[in-house]
Design a binder for this molecule. Structure first.
Ligand code: XMP
Length: 508
């Protein structure tokens, strides 16, 4: 494996994804972690950072010590820190480089530049530059603005490479090739981190962890929980007990459809219809946080009741994925904050069961590839994210069963329309929101006074930021008519043109 030492750059996760894309396993760890140099560790990549290497509290690591054990690649800050620690000079240059630059090779024979053309476009983002190389280092390439865009340590011993640009970002056209050269030609990695390999390995590990014990797990119909459950099922069969709760605020027909898919995959899942319970407790609640809390708490109650019915359960399955568990390095100092996020509101804290999390080290795109390898239907794997509190946070104000049905119908037509017009896979998430406003309309000769529905569709990578999707006008015209003509109780459709930030994806 490869370790990526995180100095707090916004691009660190992209390095990890690029390494995984080359079918090499890697992990991100905070720069100050203690590193175990066992034979599986083939190399270290030093990430970028918002710090300057000349800041008094700049993050520091023992690069020479690492390099005595394994090959090292420094990226941006990682490159500057290497230059500085080995005796070179790094300072603010008059030209701050940000954006595209052309990389000119100075040492075309070097293995890290294999198959990379001259004047390849790279992405720069730095205000400090390396002004003098340390002794014993030589230049590999330049750009118009900087003399040392890539360099390396000469002599015998483990290779030590540095690049000022960001090979991990999309705009560095041949960056992935450079990373692959480092991984394969320099570190000797085997490129065997494939979905098939992951599936075999994981099933073996799950068998070892679980033994002959029983696992209970909440399923949501989403990608992560389904893939996680399928892996566990492959390992222990029907000793996995899945629970899928109808909380009354799922999408139209979703409860039955999802149960049918689980059956097809062969999962042992019990559907629990708790609609009335949820409607009862949601009645009269209008505050978004109160709605979330009510749903979260009821869900735990229902799940615990079901858990009690299964004798001797010792483990809890979870669809946690890698972005939820990476410890992020704070930009405001070398302190570390840990993101904790649970797919299903707070279950692990309350259940006190041993956790089984087979996807703990996968990115979302890898989860999808593993799901494909496992034979999970594509329409399930490519589903948009859907929030735990479901339509409850898309019905602004109080929730009633009538409003749920109205929104389910509008949402169903919207999503179906997107699929029929080949737009569904082009947006990251889409849904309809029922507004608590009625307005006047006219249908035939009759005056109507009915609800408004807002449509939302966004493009995004991870949901942290998002742009409103520029859906074609023709589609908007179609879907507006389709909803108003077919969903009684709605006489007006509007489209949400707010991006995140400053808006959020959900309205509540
Ligand atoms: P926001 O509205 O914060 O949403 O921009 C970002 C992503 O998170 C989802 N979301 C939730 N998911 N429980 C969930 O499981 C929640 O309470 C919740 N609130 C928002 C939202 O659908 C989007 O994908």
């Amino acid at each position: 494996k490869i370790l990526i030492l995180d100095f707090g750059s916004q691009y660190t996760q992209l390095i990890a994804r690029a390494v995984r894309e080359a079918n090499v396993y890697c992990e991100i760890v905070p720069f100050h972690s203690k590193i175990q140099f066992d034979p599986s560790l083939k190399g270290i990549i030093l990430s970028g950072s918002p710090f300057s290497v000349n800041d008094p509290n700049a993050p520091d690591v023992d690069i020479q010590g690492f390099n005595e054990k394994v090959p090292v690649l420094g990226v941006c800050y990682g490159a500057q820190l290497t230059a500085k620690k080995f005796g070179g000079r790094v300072a603010k240059s008059d030209k701050r480089e940000y954006g595209r630059a052309l990389f000119h090779k100075k040492n075309a024979d070097d293995v890290i530049l294999k198959d990379i053309m001259d004047a390849s476009q790279v992405w720069m983002s730095h205000s400090d530059s390396v002004l003098e190389l340390p002794e014993g280092f030589s230049v590999l390439g330049t750009t118009e603005d900087i003399p040392y865009a890539a360099f390396k340590k000469d002599g015998s011993g483990n290779p030590l490479y540095c690049v000022q640009f960001h090979p991990e970002v999309y705009h560095s056209i041949e960056g992935k090739k450079l990373l692959k050269n480092f991984l394969v030609n320099i570190c000797g990695c085997h490129q065997d981190w494939t979905p098939a390999h992951f599936v075999t390995d994981t099933i073996n590990n799950l068998k070892a962890q679980i033994g002959d014990r029983k696992v209970i797990m909440a399923l949501s119909g989403g990608v992560d929980s389904t893939v996680a459950a399928t892996l566990i099922h492959r390992a222990i069969g029907d000793r996995l007990f899945g629970i899928f709760v109808d909380n009354g605020v799922l999408r139209k027909n979703e409860f039955q459809q999802v149960l049918d898919i689980y059956k097809k995959i062969g999962l042992n899942v019990k559907g629990v219809d708790a609609k009335e319970l949820f409607y009862g407790q949601l009645a009269g609640k209008t505050d978004p946080e109160a709605k979330r809390k009510t749903i979260g708490k009821l869900f735990i109650d229902v799940f615990q009741d079901e858990a009690k019915k299964i004798e001797g359960v010792e483990l809890l399955g979870q669809g946690t994925i890698y972005p939820d568990v990476i410890e992020s390095v704070s930009v405001h100092g070398p302190s570390v904050t840990i993101k904790s996020h649970h797919n299903v509101g707070g279950l692990p804290d309350i259940m006190h069961l041993e956790l089984v999390e087979p996807l703990r080290f996968l990115f979302k795109d890898e989860v999808r590839r593993v799901g494909k390898e496992l034979g999970i239907p594509a329409d399930l794997l490519n589903r948009h994210p859907f929030p735990g509190p479901g339509l409850a946070i898309r019905i602004l104000g109080e929730i009633t069963p009538e409003k749920v049905q109205l929104l389910q119908d509008a949402d169903y037509r919207y999503v179906q329309g997107l699929k029929d017009h080949n737009l569904y896979d082009q947006v990251w998430q889409a849904g309809a929101i029922l507004l608590p406003v009625k307005s006047v309309g006219v249908m035939g000769d009759e005056r109507t006074y009915e609800f408004t529905v807002a449509l939302r569709a966004v493009t995004s990578v991870d949901g942290m930021t998002a742009d409103w999707a520029h859906l074609p006008y023709d589609f908007m015209a179609f879907i507006s008519n389709d909803i108003i003509n077919n969903v009684r109780g709605i006489n007006r459709v509007v489209y949400d043109i707010s991006s995140k930030p400053p808006a959020t994806i959900e309205w509540e």
